[in-house]
Structures are given as C-alpha cells and as structure tokens.
Design a protein around this ligand. Structure first.
Ligand SMILES: NC(=O)C1=CN([C@@H]2O[C@H](COP(=O)(O)OP(=O)(O)OC[C@H]3O[C@@H](n4cnc5c(N)ncnc54)[C@H](O)[C@@H]3O)[C@@H](O)[C@H]2O)C=CC1
Ligand SMILES: O=P(O)(O)OC[C@H]1O[C@](O)(CO)[C@@H](O)[C@@H]1O
Length: 536
C-alpha cells in the first residue's frame, strides 16, 4: 500500500487493520470549506509542523469541532512540497512514539493544500488570494530562527534583503520579503486584521517576526514602493498582531527504526530523503507524545479554537515565564548537558544516557537543585512537574530515536541562554550564591573537553555543526591529555560573555571550570571518573 487519498479511501479496512487511524472527515469537503474560508496558513512545511500543528487540527476535524483545515506554505526548500506533500496528496503518517512502547499510527489529513511561496509558480497567486480573504485569522511559522533574519551577524543588511527593500512587494524574493508581500495584499484588500504567529524555538519569537515585517514595511514606505499606510497597518496591533509563543515537542528527523516499522507493515515508498537544502523529509514524521504550545492570546480577527486540541492561550508575561522555565532550566539545559557528556562517553541515543546513573544525577542536580530555585512559576505549567516529566518520562523514552549528536548542534549559541540566565539570577539573588553552582561549571568544562574532539576512550569523534567551531576549536587545539596548566589557553574561552552569558572569571566560576577541565583531561576514562567524583 502507498500513502495517498485513493488508498486511504479504497483500502481503509486494510490500513485500519494495521492500526492506522484514518481521517474521520470528508477531506474533499474540508478542502472546499478551507479554500472558501481559510482561517489558518502555516509557513514552514518541516517535521514539527506535521507532527504537532497539523495533528492538533486533524484531531479537531476528527472530533467534528471544526470543518476547516489548513494550508501550508513553503518558501525556502520547495523540494519539501514535492517530496513530502504532493506525492502523498498532502497526507502525513505521524508515528507517535509513546513512552510505554506503543506507537500510535495516525494519518493526518488536515493539510488541504501545500503551496510554494515562489513568485515563479502559480501557487504564489493562490497565496495572495488567500491572504485577501476576510476569514483569515492566523498565519503561523516554523521556519527556524534563521528565517527571520534581516541583519547578519555583523549587524549588516544581507544583499538579498537590501535589494528587496528597494524593489518593493511585487518583486521581493527573500523569505520575509515574500511574507510581507502577502501581508501587503491583505492591506490592499481593506487593511484586514490578522495574527502573525511565530512558533519557532527562539526567545520572544513574536518580536523577531515583527522586527522583520516592520523593517520591510518601513523601507518600502521610505523607498516609495508601497502605499504609505502599510507601515501604520503592520504597527497597529488591532490590525496585525505578533503574539509570542512557546513550543515544545521533541521531533527528531525521520528515523530508520520508524521507517522499518512502516516497511514491515507493507507500506511502500516510505524512504526518507535529504533535500539539497538539508531538510530530512519522508511521508512520515516521528515524535514524542508530550507537546506544549503556549500562545499569547492576541488575535485581532479571532482564531481557531485550538485550546480544544490542547494549545494554551494566555498573556504575554505568562508565555515569557513558560519559555524561560523550559529553555533556561527545566528542559534545554538538561538536554545540552546530556549532549556534551553523551558525545564524550560514546552514547548515540539520549534514552540510553538516561540509564546511566551519573548522567541522570548530573541533569537532576542541574534541574532541581541549581535551576529550579530561580524559576518563576508561570501558573499554567508547574515547573517541578515539568522537570519530573522530562527526566522520568520524556528523555528516557527508549522509542525516541534522538541523539546527543543532534542536540550538540550549535551548543555555542545555546550556553548563554540555557545556563547564563541562571548564573545571572544567582548573582541578583539575596539568598543564593553563585558559588553554590557546582554542576553547571562541570557542563562548561565538559564543553571545552568536547571541543577537543576526543572521547573518553581517547578516540577521535566528529563534532556536530556549530557556527563558532572555527573560533573555539583552536582555543583548545594544542591542549594535550594529561596537561595540568591550562589557564592561559582556556582563559579566552571562559571569559567570553557572548558564549556563556557572563564572564566566568568575573562571576567566580572560571577557576572551578578550569579545575574540572584538568580532571576531565587527566587520561583515558577521566571523564567518567570526574563525573563519579562530583556527581556521585
Ligand atoms: N524539531 C523539533 O523538535 C522542534 C522544532 N521547533 C522549531 O521548529 C523549527 C523547525 O523544525 P523542524 O520543522 O522540525 O525542522 P525541519 O528541518 O524538518 O524543517 C525546517 C523548516 O524550516 C525551513 N527553513 C530552514 N532554514 C530556513 C531559512 N533560512 N529560511 C526560511 N526557512 C527555513 C525549512 O524550509 C523547513 O520548512 C526549529 O528550528 C524550531 O525553531 C520547535 C520545537 C521542537
Ligand atoms: O536543538 P535544541 O534547541 O537543543 O533542541 C532540542 C530539542 O528540544 C526541544 O527544545 C524540545 O521541544 C526541541 O526544540 C528540540 O527537538
């Protein structure tokens, strides 16, 4: 059997016998309703969207809580549209990998159309038409943090964006330029209201999206290539809002182990491919069961009732607190600690690391003892219960094909927010002392040890991609296993506040991190011994 609309209609009994739950609604009718009165367009047709947002709506359609589906737009990697959507009639097999070992096999049919945000393609006109519809309420995004960039790392405007600022909405070709061209259609159709909702994993994501949209509107107005009212439109929150959100659901790339399950079921053409833009796509997605999506409730044209599918709507301050709780304390720091030590100790699965008593103690101490005291309870999710679920249920899930090597990507970009914020909170606190932080510095020392690219058996391993490797690897390059005098070489690294959020020496953690490092490089097995000594 192959995944397509005809097959799920004609072979419904066979699919169901194999345990696949099929859409319980008339997709053709839902498609008609959606194209006539769309309320939700999502940009970024990646794996998380198919496993999370599209599935939430699929559940609501199954439960007859709505009769409107959604449209997905892809403006960066058009191959995704052909290889993951069109070939399968926009259906996705979502393999939910539950922690009790069961796999829920869902066929998600809520996406009624997948469109290229490509001015050379007729889909572009379709999208414009959709943006002009009064019914449109929400435009959401999972396009990675890079997707919103209108300035580069040096604060300069990239050439493509600069060119788009000059040519205006009709000829824009950059991602955000094309998004703004769509919004301009909505403006011309009567300055109709809409919420632009970033669902990317970056702090204050709504502000990032707003900054990009406002930059385009301002430059277009200044350059006289659009109607002057456009800037006021995108800046008027009653017309265009940019809610903040927090999203959490571990969604690894399509995995071999999951593909094998599908092959065993006799499903054909389920191979995954890596596109030329490095997206891993397949007719299926695999993800954990847990999911949290918390969105600031600011929707000038109303919104789909996603709360009925588990999405939480709240105030901006609460989104901020939830985000800080997850990213700075209860999930991501633990993930990063496991990533670094997992690579050093030769692990290839996060869940295997959770059987290692020193590693579990390491992350529990970082989470409960060092992090939790500085967390503000957001009220809607209990931080202690959240960590409990992370360490007891989510990370140990043996069915999740997630790897320390994937999480180790871009560590240099993550340390400041994941650990630096806690250090700063200790500095500010009247009751807590930075010197009480004992295992966060062990993660910093572990990262310096990781950058040597030599594991605890003294074998070489490949470092995961990270934009700062060229800068930081040379800092540890000439350090030898067994060295004891490392200060002159580590000083530059550990004093870099752009990496750690603080200068480690200034807050009193530099020397401790260096001492740990010396123990970690003492010889073969020294990483394990150091963990035993300090984690216990
Ligand atoms: N995978 C996960 O576990 C989670 C992901 N997220 C968020 O969703 C984002 C996407 O994740 P996935 O869909 O799983 O990844 P993916 O690799 O499956 O898809 C990436 C998506 O982002 C687009 N993209 C990549 N680079 C871009 C660029 N420079 N400009 C515009 N678009 C670009 C791709 O075209 C594709 O639509 C993540 O970066 C993160 O912010 C949030 C929570 C969990
Ligand atoms: O690559 P990062 O940002 O460490 O995130 C790792 C994983 O944890 C999450 O934060 C969990 O939601 C996801 O974004 C991602 O799958």
């Amino acid at each position: 059997m192959k995944l397509n609309q005809r097959s799920i209609l004609e072979n419904a009994a066979a699919w169901e016998k194999l345990g696949y739950s099929l859409p319980k609604y008339d997709r053709e009718q839902v498609k008609k309703n959606t194209l006539a009165n769309p309320n939700w367009i999502h940009f970024g047709a990646g794996n998380i969207f198919r496993a999370f947002q599209a599935n939430v709506l699929n559940n609501l359609l199954n439960e007859k809580k709505t009769d409107i589906g959604l449209l997905v737009a892809e403006g960066f990697d058009y191959e995704i549209i052909d290889k993951a959507f069109k070939s399968f009639d926009d259906l996705t097999i979502y393999m939910k990998l539950c922690c009790n070992g069961t796999v829920e096999k869902n066929i998600v049919g809520s996406v009624v159309e997948s469109l290229r945000v490509d001015p050379e393609n007729s889909d572009y006109e379709t999208l414009k038409e959709l943006f002009r519809k009064p019914s449109l309420q929400m435009v959401s995004f999972t396009i990675t943090e890079k997707g919103y960039a209108v300035v580069d790392g040096n604060g300069n405007t990239p050439a493509g964006i600069e060119a788009d600022f000059k040519v205006g909405p009709d000829k824009a070709t950059s991602y955000m330029g094309k998004v703004c061209a769509m919004l301009y259609e909505r403006f011309k159709a009567g300055a109709l209201p809409v919420a632009m909702v970033s669902m990317d994993n970056c702090s204050h994501n709504g502000d990032k999206l707003k900054a990009a949209v406002v930059a385009f509107a301002k430059n277009w107005c200044d350059n006289n290539v659009c109607d002057k009212g456009f800037l006021a439109y995108v800046e008027d929150e009653k017309k265009v809002s940019f809610p903040w959100s927090m999203i959490d659901k571990i969604t690894p790339r399509p995995a071999d182990s999951v593909m094998d399950m599908l092959v065993k079921d006799g499903i054909e053409d389920v191979d995954f491919v890596k596109t030329s833009k490095n997206t891993f796509v397949a007719p299926f997605v695999n993800a954990e069961e847990a999911e949290y999506l918390v969105i600031e409730d600011s929707f000038p044209n109303g919104r789909p009732k996603l709360e009925e599918g588990g999405v939480m709507f709240t105030k901006r301050e609460v989104v901020d607190m939830v985000e800080r709780m997850k990213v700075c304390t209860c999930l991501n720091p633990l993930h990063t600690a496991l990533a670094i030590y997992g690579c050093l100790l030769g692990y290839e699965k996060i869940s295997d690391e959770m059987k290692d008593s020193e590693l579990t103690k390491l992350i529990k101490t970082i989470g409960y003892k060092e992090g939790l005291p500085v967390v503000t309870d957001p009220g809607i999710i209990n931080p202690k219960e959240f960590i409990d679920t992370v360490v007891e249920v989510r990370l140990p899930n043996p069915f999740m094909p997630d790897t320390p090597q994937r999480i180790a990507c871009d560590t240099s970009q993550k340390l400041a927010i994941r650990f630096g914020e806690t250090i700063k909170a200790y500095e500010k606190s009247e009751n807590l002392k930075v010197s009480d932080l004992k295992l966060i510095p062990l993660v910093f020392a572990g990262w310096a040890r990781y950058l040597m690219g030599i594991d605890d058996n003294l074998n070489k391993f490949e470092l995961s991609p990270d934009p700062l490797l060229e800068k930081v690897v040379p800092m540890v390059e000439d350090i030898k296993i067994g060295d004891t005098d490392v200060h002159s070489r580590l000083e530059k690294l550990f004093s870099d506040a752009s990496i750690f959020g603080v200068n480690l020496y200034e807050v009193g953690l530099g020397e401790l991190s260096e001492n740990y490092f010396v123990e970690l490089i003492a010889g073969k097995g020294a990483v394990r011994e150091t963990l035993k000594k300090y984690v216990g």
